[in-house]
Design a protein around this ligand. Sequence first.
Ligand SMILES: Cc1cc2nc3c(=O)[nH]c(=O)nc-3n(C[C@H](O)[C@H](O)[C@H](O)COP(=O)(O)O)c2cc1C
Length: 182
Amino acid sequence: MAKILIPYGTSEGQTARIADYISDLLQAHGHQADTLDLKHAEHELPDGYDAVIVGASVHAGKHEGFVADFVRRNRSRLESLPTALFSVSLAAHGDPEDAEKYVKEFEDSTGWQPDKVAMFGGALLYTQYGFLKRMMMKKIVSSKGSEDTDTGRDYIYTEWDGVRRFAEAFLVYVDRNPGPSS
Ligand SMILES: Cc1cc2nc3c(=O)[nH]c(=O)nc-3n(C[C@H](O)[C@H](O)[C@H](O)COP(=O)(O)O)c2cc1C
């Protein structure tokens, strides 16, 4: 049984939902998995984990700065363990080159090279945004040629099957590349 930590950053909640989904899935496979909302926690990587999956979402072209801070602060310990990064954005749904650019920028700015990387489509939560954010997101979305501009509903782009495949592939990787404590 591996003990896996999933620290994440989220602004509107979709990355938290993905972190919870991964955690449930790892537990269903017989492992211990804990999520850690970086906004509400000490920013040190707790001891005793065999592997780490970091999650972050993109706003205005960048992942959360506090997730980058967490990675920088704990980089040498992350480098001693099997690790993965999942990045959540709208670009991952329709514009993979941009999604990859966000990840590259995160890796460059933190100096951390996760062993595995995944990019997941996020969510357009029009019904939860305030007026200004709703109008801004509608404008951005329509400027990209998308028809997902009905602000009376939400659009969820996360492909849960892809999330499951990523988590299961990471488990195989952890099994073959155990960290120092295993
Ligand atoms: C104000 C705002 C700015 C955003 N900027 C970007 C962006 O620059 N590129 C992108 O691909 N997605 C962008 N998104 C989409 C988010 O990445 C997406 O909604 C994601 O699901 C957010 O995850 P979270 O709920 O975990 O914060 C933006 C969303 C909002 C609300």
